[in-house]
Design a protein around this ligand. Structure first.
Ligand code: HEC
Ligand code: HEC
Ligand code: HEC
Ligand code: HEC
Ligand code: HEC
Ligand code: HEC
Length: 501
């Protein structure tokens, strides 16, 4: 028998019970009330909480908590629907009673346990959502949950100048739109990690990186006048004696806002008074054939390389910001050349060993499939050159440590996959535009480059006593690698490895 309508009239049906009285609906109510409670709590933190807001807070309060609320409501209505269906199908079956008779000890206990369960659930939800909120903001969450994938970024980050700035400060920032954006791409990342579909190395530049105005500029005031920075580069040649070569520069970082110091120098590009836009023809933004400058007065100058004839697609034109020079503020992969020079300077690699720079750089740049393979390769290679003497243990340990902190074979991540745009030696960097080959339409002027003392003043260079003589008006660069043709830029020869003979 099915269908209530076919029941003979007058049969003694049990009185109809409310379809809302069933355990599924009741459980749904608890979930819904719990998540509503969690939502209120998170909303309160978001609205009245102190200080800067964790970008994930919004996800929890406006995505996760409502998600559970909806789940709870689905259970509430689902249970009711099921109950109604049961009543239609089996009209003679008494609906489960939900009446509570406190005079019966069994029912009293039931009520007690149900109440206890509800309170515990509510407390756990509140505590859980608060804890989740803290956890997702942590560096650990970003850097270690997807361990292998993020390992290169995490390790380089920890050794960088921003080791105490949380990942989310640069990658998401605060405000609603960007965490939704980054969560959408985050959802894809979770998928690609789970199904092993991610790129090795992870692509850079990050396409959806939030503009620097909203992230970097919250801590670094773009108007700040930086003046000139005194920088010393301690280099070594790859000859037998590993001859030192030092250059000391005054880097004219300058500033971009006249209210706070002279406008000029390297930070002239910062978007305070002028707008610099460019077109890159490769994904890594290394080839820049077209640049447009709009001055404060609205004067527009377009520079282009002689071989670029077309007009760029306006959508592909990018406005220059901090990240176009500081593209590795937190994840700098040191080149073998750089890292070995530093270790030599600090005495961690023993300079008295014959051709030690040459040998260590050569071993570091061999292809290895894993860190273990590299450690074995480096150890064996150096032992073969310098014997079993314990004197070289330190050098071996340092070479391995350089590898561990800058090379990530599993993710194919190292200095060569992530060029650093801050200088011009090992990758084009500034010389992507300042290469004497970007000519203004009309005036035929070039983007300043020819004079090596435009961006910095070479105070002194060389070795030993030579370094005591400082020249305030700048010295001509004495290239330790000999003279070379004017058409070449540094990165045509220098690339972080050994020079090709
Ligand atoms: C000081 C700001 C800053 C902090 C802090 C920071 N990053 Fe980055 N990160 C960047 C910038 C800038 C880029 C992209 C550069 C580009 O587009 O070329 C980047 C790129 C990345 C990339 C893409 C691959 C690459 O190397 O370009 C990943 C993955 C990444 N970051 C993860 C992290 C993780 C995980 C943390 C925390 C452990 C973190 N970042 C902390 C600024 C930061
Ligand atoms: C939460 C604050 C914070 C944010 C966001 C931040 N920085 Fe920094 N930055 C710092 C601190 C702190 C230092 C270290 C200052 C020091 O040591 O003098 C620093 C140092 C620097 C330096 C000088 C040291 C170096 O590495 O050469 C640069 C350049 C820099 N930041 C660029 C950036 C860029 C680009 C971004 C955005 C992608 C950024 N910062 C985002 C706090 C921040
Ligand atoms: C045209 C390239 C370029 C742009 C654009 C640029 N910088 Fe720099 N900035 C440099 C260079 C080069 C240095 C010196 C680097 C060094 O330490 O060797 C520097 C130095 C710095 C320093 C360190 C200053 C100090 O006193 O130690 C900070 C901080 C900084 N930049 C932040 C920013 C921020 C924030 C932006 C974006 C608003 C930005 N820069 C845009 C090239 C640039
Ligand atoms: C996208 C192209 C581009 C890149 C990359 C670039 N610049 Fe520039 N830069 C320009 C343009 C355009 C000008 C203005 C034309 C001129 O003054 O010759 C300029 C001007 C300058 C000036 C002169 C500012 C003044 O006082 O008039 C300095 C210094 C400078 N850049 C340094 C750097 C440094 C250092 C880097 C690398 C860290 C760099 N630039 C990277 C395009 C670029
Ligand atoms: C557009 C600006 C600009 C011009 C023009 C320029 N430099 Fe530089 N140079 C820089 C910056 C910025 C750095 C610092 C890079 C860093 O600290 O990461 C630098 C660093 C250097 C260094 C130290 C590199 C190292 O890692 O050992 C040398 C040497 C040097 N420049 C030589 C030259 C010579 C020679 C010329 C002329 C052919 C020249 N520069 C022209 C911006 C410039
Ligand atoms: C024609 C190729 C070539 C060009 C172009 C070139 N170099 Fe070199 N450079 C060399 C060679 C070869 C050495 C010697 C390498 C050695 O002994 O390790 C050298 C050595 C150096 C050294 C000292 C050793 C080291 O590895 O740091 C510095 C610093 C340097 N060059 C800077 C520059 C700068 C800056 C530019 C661009 C302005 C430049 N070079 C352009 C070939 C070149």
């Amino acid at each position: 028998m099915s269908g209530a309508s076919q029941d003979p009239a007058g049969s003694a049906l049990p009185p109809r019970r409310s379809i809302w009285r069933n355990w599924v609906t009741l459980a749904g109510t608890v979930v819904a009330v719990g998540s509503f409670f969690a939502f209120l709590l998170l909303f309160a933190i978001d609205t009245f909480g102190p200080g800067q807001h964790n970008p994930y807070l919004g996800i929890l309060s406006y995505l996760v908590a409502p998600g559970f609320l909806i789940l709870g409501l689905v259970l509430v209505f689902g249970g009711a629907w099921w109950q109604r269906r049961q009543q239609h199908l089996y009209p003679e079956r008494p609906a489960p009673t939900l009446s509570i008779d406190l005079s019966q000890p069994k029912q009293r206990w039931r009520l007690f346990w149900f109440g206890l369960g509800t309170v515990t659930f509510l407390l756990c939800t509140a505590l859980g959502s608060y804890q989740t909120y803290h956890y997702t903001e942590s560096v650990q969450f970003c850097g270690q949950v997807c361990h292998t994938v993020m390992e290169p970024e995490f390790v380089t980050y920890q050794r960088g100048n921003h080791a105490r700035v949380a990942c989310v400060e640069c990658h998401i920032g605060s405000g609603a739109t960007w965490y939704v954006k980054s969560k959408l791409s985050g959802a894809y990342q979770v998928y690609s990690t789970a199904f092993n579909k991610y790129h090795r190395p992870i692509g850079a530049p990050v396409e959806n990186l939030r503009p620097a105005q909203d992230t970097c500029e919250r801590c670094h005031w773009p108007e700040k006048f930086a003046g000139s920075l005194d920088r010393v580069y301690n280099r070594f040649l790859t000859d037998e004696k590993t001859t030192p070569y030092t250059v000391r520069l005054l880097l004219h970082v300058g500033g971009g806002a006249s209210a706070h110091g002279p406008v000029g120098g390297i930070h002239w590009h910062m978007n305070v008074a002028n707008k610099v836009e460019y077109l890159a023809t490769d994904t890594q933004r290394q080839k820049i054939p077209w640049v447009r400058v709009t001055s404060r007065e609205g004067k527009v100058t377009v520079y282009r390389t002689p071989d670029y004839k077309g007009e760029p697609d306006p959508k592909a034109v990018r406005r220059m910001d901090c990240i176009d020079c500081h593209n590795r503020p937190a994840h700098a992969y040191r080149s073998p050349d750089d890292a070995v020079d530093e270790a030599l300077y600090l005495g961690r690699i023993d300079r008295s060993l014959t051709s030690v720079k040459y040998n260590v750089v050569e071993l570091l740049t061999k292809p290895y499939n894993s860190v273990e393979e590299a450690s074995a390769g480096i150890t064996n290679g150096l032992r073969k050159k310098y014997g079993a003497d314990a004197k070289i243990d330190g050098t071996i340990a340092e070479a391995i440590s350089i590898y561990q902190h800058n090379f990530f074979p599993k993710m194919k991540a190292d200095w060569s996959s992530y060029p650093n745009n801050q200088g011009h030696k090992d990758s084009a960097g500034c010389f992507r535009c300042h290469d004497n080959n970007h000519i203004a339409e009309g005036s035929k002027e070039k983007i300043a480059a020819g004079d090596c003392n435009t961006c910095h003043t070479i105070l002194t260079q060389g070795e030993g006593a030579e370094l005591m003589k400082l020249s305030a008006d700048g010295q001509t660069f004495k290239h330790p690698g000999g003279s070379y043709s004017d058409d070449l830029i540094c990165s045509d020869c220098h690339n972080g490895k050994l020079q090709e003979p």
